[in-house]
Design a protein around this ligand. Structure first.
Ligand code: ASP
Length: 340
């Protein structure tokens, strides 16, 4: 039996064309994509596709679009064996992260891919990315899907989506997953790293469609002023703040700074400590410069990426108003996003 894969086109460079007048890259109609890749018709996979009515550059991504995407997956979940989402690379890690939280008990592959060069250009990276992503989304062993999680496939590598970060704006190799191994590498064969894959769930898919967007990031830098810190922590309606700290979770020990954070926590804001480094983890208490944060109730983000931290907070606040439950969720590995 042929595998069935649903291709969901949201936009991004992969489906863009240069505007004849301005030369600027703009999304074009999805039907041009299949025209550009006739190979898609040769697959031993039954392909179907849906396109967002108005394809977007992924910098315009919004939580409401994530909800739409999750709904498309939910509606088609029992009809196909896997999904490929064509998406701009700029915010792909955010979308992959949020979908991992929204799709509980996922038992099928959801593979996001895109490209750095439009599919119509001669040196495009889009063709290989798309063709291999489809192959992975349709891949089965003993009748079961090999991949049962939300992933990004880019430049010969398959990553756990909620572990990724776009680190390069011009190389084809644009993503990294510094704190988690690559799930598969494509060469002559697609080699899966079986021990790193999430085990499929036998429970029914549960789709979470409420996201709370009132989240802020407070990125520290030497010399940050009290005015800036106060403004961010007191932003109206903000419920969760990601404190992007130095190294293994360190921050200024100045009295005013600690007091501001402490005040926010006392008001009910959840403060999550995430490192500014691309690799490694927050270890609160390792240095004196993080002990105070631990004492006042800042939660350690461990080795989570900022992308996963933001979307995890949106998801947890969308599900609950209970501070203790949210804090517990943050400390728990829900979808393979942190090492515990
Ligand atoms: N700006 C584009 C986007 O994220 C870049 C890309 O597709 O790679 O939609």
């Amino acid at each position: 039996m042929k595998s069935k894969v649903l291709l969901i086109y949201t936009g991004g460079t992969i489906g863009m064309m240069a505007d004849a007048k301005s030369g600027q890259l703009k999304p074009f109609d999805f039907k041009h994509l299949t025209e550009q890749i006739p190979e898609l018709n040769k697959f031993d996979i039954e392909l179907s596709s849906v396109s967002f009515e108005k394809p977007i550059d992924s910098s315009d991504m919004q939580p409401s679009v994530w909800v739409e995407l999750a709904k498309v997956i939910e509606r088609n979940y029992n009809k196909v064996d896997g999904f490929v989402i064509l998406h701009g690379s700029d915010t792909m890690s955010f979308t992959a992260s949020v979908l991992s939280f929204m799709l509980e008990n996922l038992n099928k592959p959801v593979i996001l891919t895109g490209s750095q060069l439009p599919i119509g250009t001669i040196r495009t990276d889009g063709k290989e990315n798309l063709i291999t992503a489809i192959e992975i989304a349709g891949a089965k062993e003993k009748g079961k899907a090999i991949i049962t999680e939300v992933c990004i496939y880019f430049e010969y590598k398959l990553y756990r989506g909620n572990r990724t970060h776009k680190f390069n704006a011009e190389h084809f190799n644009a993503f990294q997953s510094a704190n988690y191994p690559v799930l598969a590498e494509a060469g002559v064969y697609i080699k899966y790293n079986y021990s790193a894959l999430r085990k499929g769930d036998t429970k029914k898919l549960k789709t979470h469609l409420v996201l709370h967007p009132e989240i802020a990031i407070l990125k520290l830098f030497p010399g940050i002023t009290k005015k800036v810190v106060t403004a961010i922590l007191n932003t109206k309606d903000v419920k969760g703040v990601i404190l992007e700290t130095f190294g293994s979770g360190n921050a200024s020990t100045e009295g005013w700074f600690i007091n501001e954070i402490k005040g926010a926590i006392e008001k009910g804001i959840i403060v999550l400590n995430v490192t500014q480094c691309n690799a490694g983890a927050v270890v609160q208490g390792k240095y004196a410069t993080s002990s105070e944060l631990k004492k006042i109730g800042v939660i350690s983000g461990n080795d989570i990426t900022t992308e996963a931290a933001i979307t995890k907070l949106m998801f947890l606040f969308g599900n609950s108003n209970n501070t203790k439950a949210i804090e517990k969720g943050l400390r728990t590995d829900l979808r393979g996003e942190i090492t515990v």
